[in-house]
Design a protein around this ligand. Structure first.
Ligand code: NDP
Ligand code: 2IT
Length: 449
């Protein structure tokens, strides 16, 4: 609920202007609600229209992406790039290829990214891009032609000092490679314009693992500081089986946890002995198959044909790593009732507002994605630094910087939450800490844009 008149006015205007942008309004409301104490302390925020400006993208680009499939048929998709906020650095954020992508989804992701990137402590503004293209079932050559067509428009809007995209759902090393190749051809320059690149042409060691590992570093710190425990011996459920999920599982297992369930959009596997991650990697990273194929190696494992039911399994720690709004109020209540002690988000906005309320009211530990999944973009920032220096750091160097950054993000969220409330609400801590830095930079730079 929003009480402050200025905050209320800003949200109501967004609501009437963008009534059809459900995901964007959800993300904006959550942030605005938590900023009330900051707005009340600092009248400059209203005077300079900071909230109106921070909720409106600096630029929203939407374009046609036409390409030719393997049968010679012309296909048309919509491409987007939302350049949300450049107050503290060049726009930075991933590209998502998924049929559910629309303007609302890209705006919510770009908005969240602004605060997330600020939390990393690195100089990166917020942006996000994508397309409603469905990569599943496409041949390598179709993926290549699509990526080239997408970049043929995108290239004029990005650059190492302007906007630096990376991967997200449906976009990994393969797609980044095809997009980089096309950028280089069009711009006639070899620069660090994308992150998540392969090691062969300027990628960083540790970027593939970064979001998942970072999520576990954050979770470990949170468990230690707030519950005097850690991931050792904990039963963990991870939704999804993509980049974030796989490397969250790898680090959780390395820290002594037992990962008992993972999923994809078709269903989930429940392996009471702990999943065999090599098998999952082979299915997902090599064969680009379905999680159900795990049964071909382990026929006695349970497979359930409904990905949402994964939250019915009792666990100590839940790591949602698939997509937005995958945990609703009912799932949240079930997790709490089954004794789950911590939920830490690898995905962006995986919990509905009602689910977040359940977590906060119940007193279990709850880490919002914009804090706990920031390890991916933080390591993208490290990739940009290495590109500028024309150097490559070792895996250990990158990983240890990532760990420091994630622990620092937890500490910042916790301290900020203590300053503005009871120290338990990390949502408020993350939003306020992320906001303040961007807000101060916007104040100094004037109101010309
Ligand atoms: P991937 O494409 O590698 O994997 C996505 C996984 O989530 C797949 O298992 C996929 O299943 C599942 N999934 C996707 N959409 C849906 C859906 N609508 N319903 C159910 N399951 C779904 O993506 P990532 O692992 O990179 O991204 C996962 C999440 O993490 C996203 O929210 C992303 O924004 C966030 N994130 C990613 C970062 C990164 O560095 N990659 C950084 C920070 C956050 P299926 O194969 O069946 O589609
Ligand atoms: O949501 C995210 O933070 C990402 N998809 C990673 C963005 C990046 O620029 O590495």
């Amino acid at each position: 609920m929003i009480n402050n008149n200025y905050v209320k006015k800003v949200y109501e205007k967004l609501e009437s202007k963008y009534s059809h942008e459900k995901e964007f309004l959800q993300a904006a409301k959550e942030v605005l609600e938590t900023l009330e104490p900051v707005v009340e302390k600092d009248p400059q925020i209203e005077k300079l229209g900071i909230l109106e400006r921070i909720t409106e993208p600096e630029r929203m680009i939407s374009f046609r992406v036409s390409w030719v499939d393997d049968n010679g048929n012309v296909q048309v998709n919509t491409g987007y790039r939302c350049q949300f906020n450049s107050a503290i650095g060049p726009y930075k954020g991933g590209i998502r290829f998924h049929p559910s992508v629309n303007q609302s989804v890209i705006k919510f992701l770009g908005f969240e990214q602004t605060f997330k990137n600020s939390l990393t402590g690195l100089a990166m503004g917020g942006g996000k891009g994508g397309s409603d293209f469905e990569p599943k079932g496409k041949s390598d050559m179709e993926i290549m032609r699509f990526c080239q067509s997408y970049m043929t428009e995108l290239y004029r809007h990005i650059g190492q000092f302007t906007d630096v995209p990376a991967g997200d759902i449906g976009v990994g090393k393969r797609e980044i490679g095809y997009m980089f190749g096309q950028y280089k051809r069009l711009a006639n320059e070899f620069t660090g314009v994308l992150t998540g690149k392969a090691l062969e042409f300027g990628g960083s060691l540790g970027r593939t693992q970064a979001t998942g590992y970072g999520l576990c570093y954050f979770t470990q710190r949170m468990l230690k500081k707030l519950k005097d425990t850690d991931l050792d011996d904990k039963k963990v459920i991870i939704s999804g089986s993509g980049n974030v999920a796989i490397y969250a599982a790898e680090k959780a297992i390395a820290l002594g946890a037992k990962v008992i369930a993972m999923s994809d959009s078709n269903g989930y596997i429940y392996d009471r002995n702990g999943v065999d991650l090599d098998v999952i990697k082979e299915i997902k990273e090599v064969k680009r198959g379905r999680i159900k194929e795990y049964l071909e190696t382990y026929p006695n494992v349970v497979y359930v044909d409904n990905c949402h039911e994964i939250w019915n399994l009792p666990c100590d720690v839940a790591l949602p790593c698939a997509t937005q709004n995958e945990i609703d109020e009912k799932a949240a209540r079930t997790l709490v009732a089954n004794g789950c002690m911590a939920v830490a988000e690898g995905a962006n906005m995986p919990s509905t507002p009602e689910a977040v309320e359940v977590f906060l009211d119940s007193g279990i530990l709850y880490a919002p994605g914009k804090a706990s999944n920031a390890g991916g973009v933080a390591t993208s920032g490290l990739e940009m630094s290495q590109n500028s220096l024309r150097l490559s750091w070792s895996f250990e160097e990158v990983d240890s910087r990532l760990k420091d950054i994630m622990e620092n993000i937890f500490d910042t969220c916790y301290e900020t939450s203590k300053k503005y409330s009871d120290g338990k609400n990390l949502v408020a801590g993350a939003n306020i800490a992320g906001f303040v830095k961007v807000c101060e930079a916007m104040k100094i730079q004037g109101v010309a844009y």
